[in-house]
Design a protein around this ligand. Sequence first.
Ligand code: GDP
Ligand code: IMO
Ligand code: MG
Length: 428
Amino acid sequence: MPGIVIVGAQWGDEGKGKATDQLGDQVDYVVRYSGGNNAGHTVVVGAEKYALHLLPSGILSPRAVPVLGNGVVIDLDVLFDEIDTLAARGVPAAERLLISANAHLIAPYHQTIDRVTERFLGKRRIGTTGRGVGPAYADKVNRIGLRVQDLLDPSILAQKVAAALEQKNHLLVKVYNRPALSAAEMTERLLAHAERVRPMMADVARVLNQALDQGKTVLFEGAQAHHLDVDFGTYPYVTSSSPIAAGACTGTGVGPTRLDRIIGIAKAYTTRVGEGPFPGELLDDVGEQLRQAGGEFGTTTGRPRRCGWFDALVVEQAARVNSFTDVFLTKLDVLTGWEKIPVVVAYDVDGTRHDVMPMTQTDFHHATPIYEYWDGWTEDISGARSFADLPGTCQAYVRRLEELIGVRISGIGVGAERDQTIMLHDLI
Ligand code: GDP
Ligand code: IMO
Ligand code: MG
């Protein structure tokens, strides 16, 4: 089972980091294929808690080679800060890390543009993480981006930074009323990291294809999620990349036939951070109780996450578009103690019932949830290690979600720790 992809099935923060870490000691390579340090993946190992933003979560497993694919956008300051912080905690990363020479860089001016654009949008803002991710991808598509390999040639890098800044400085000065940025200073800041990056740079597509030819196991760790995807998400309230499973191909250079298993990570309820439609959002005390019980505060920005009950339509669409072979249901323990647990099974859109997500964004904005109510449980399930350990009503809830999603649930998370997991089917 060599090519495995982990994809968020909702709006992010489903627990992809924990799932990746758990599989880490069984895989040879663990690869980020999209996004940048807008991600926040938390892994708890005993008393230690790691918040990873740019490096793949599999970095905590000594066996796996961590890789950043061409689809990732890299802020070099963040990268080396993360590497050094991990090294200080006894996790060596720098020696093993491979970085695609084709990956794009986030320059300091991308962060500036991200922040001023959001401010300028006012009420129409996206609620980005402010890390410069969107502007870096915009430059990539606009063909004025900077790539990791440009660090090898200072004069080329200087030319590219100057070209990118020419237009941006007009915008910053004339539209946003900000000071112009110095191309020389930006170039210098990027080049300061060049010698550290040089030995990590690799032809990632070649390395991964060779590994797969040899029967090695490669785990592609998705960041963000299906509903934040630039094509399939709730546009324009999305991220600027392709977190879907297909992104693992374009973001690393392996063909679609090399992906053998696609694991959707779905929270047992729903959360979203940032702006955008969320039909099942609970704006009352119930939402607040879920937020507190689940510790739903962003790993990257600390923002409170918006909360709602499990929305089967949201996960079903993700299952279809990504061809999930398995679903890993996380944070089931957070639902302990509710008398009834509602599940969104359909939407009402202006008087019409929808059993799948509507085709248009306007309809999605007008959707109100139709719930089904399942009996809850009061027993602490955080010590459960097999499906049979779960109370009957809890089992029935899981089986109903499985039926609604249409994909088998192969793993269940009952706590943040590595071993707080129930496996129903092997994932590797
Ligand atoms: P990611 O971005 O998908 O990796 O998810 P985050 O790390 O942003 O958010 C998930 C949070 O839930 C983290 O704090 C995890 O430690 C925690 N977590 C993951 N799985 C479980 C689980 O099954 N139960 C509980 N209670 N917490 C979990
Ligand atoms: P992980 O990998 C949750 C959201 C932001 C914003 C939108 C665009 O931890 O699941 P961006 O900075 O990417 O341009 O912001 O996407 N967002 C996330 N929400 N989890 C994430 O990552 C996210 N990455 C981006 O809040 O709404
Ligand atoms: Mg997260």
